[in-house]
Design a protein. Structure first.
Length: 226
């Protein structure tokens, strides 16, 4: 576990720097890197900052998603749409390197199986957020998907609309080379404390799956850490 705390207005640039460093390290080690993205406003700002960092070998990076809502790729709620506007359209990333979850497929199980066939055995760098309920990706407290040890992508139902989603499962998060978890705001302080300092309870705080990762927090989100 590593924790870095900064001012709220510095977190996006710090996150972008750490993502770029992790990608560079993975490319140096293996010649290529895989990057899994999260949705949300805090990650979006990080992707916009990442797009401004020069020297990233984007043609050597393959991009995936940790979760996606069951909406078309042009929908305002689409994580893909957000990432395309914030990052993909701003860097020299070949379109064939971007692997979107086709979560709007009416046969969600088929969509999940197709996506897990695309996923590499190990994601190099996985960007995650944390919800005020402690969820990460679309793994919500009490979700049956938290018990999954074989499948790597599953259809799930979230508590907020649109409820139907696809999400990676715990083995994908646990196998990642580096999970970078982003959290800002006082509403995240309690779930951050539970994820990092309470006895590990994935059922109540799924973001604890990334406990051993790099946690980038603003002062409000870190306020309850001892």
């Amino acid at each position: 576990m590593a924790i870095e705390v900064c001012e709220s207005n510095q977190l996006a640039e710090l996150a972008a720097k750490r993502i770029a460093q992790a990608l560079e390290k993975a490319i140096f080690a293996a010649g290529t890197a895989s990057l899994a993205l999260a949705g949300g406003t805090t990650p979006r700002a990080a992707y916009e900052a990442l797009a401004k960092i020069p020297g990233i070998a984007w043609p050597k990076v393959s991009v995936y998603f940790g979760d996606e809502r069951a909406v078309p790729p042009t929908h305002p709620d689409s994580n893909f749409s957000m990432a395309r506007a914030a990052l993909f359209d701003r860097v020299a990333l070949p379109s064939g390197n971007v692997h979107r979850m086709v979560a709007e497929n009416p046969d969600q199980d088929a969509a999940a199986r197709a996506y897990e066939a695309l996923l590499p055995a190990r994601i190099s760098v996985m960007v995650l957020g944390i919800g005020e309920d402690g969820h990460t990706a679309s793994l919500f407290p009490g979700s049956p998907a938290l018990n999954e040890r074989t499948r790597r992508v599953l259809p799930v139902v979230g508590p907020k609309p649109p409820p139907q989603r696809l999400s990676v499962t715990p083995p994908v998060i646990e196998a990642a080379g580096l999970c970078i978890v982003l959290a800002t705001g006082a509403g995240k302080a309690e779930p951050v404390r539970r994820a990092l300092q309470d006895p590990l309870d994935i059922q109540s705080t799924p973001s604890g799956l990334a406990r051993d990762g790099l946690w980038l927090l603003d002062h409000a989100a870190a306020a309850l850490l001892s």
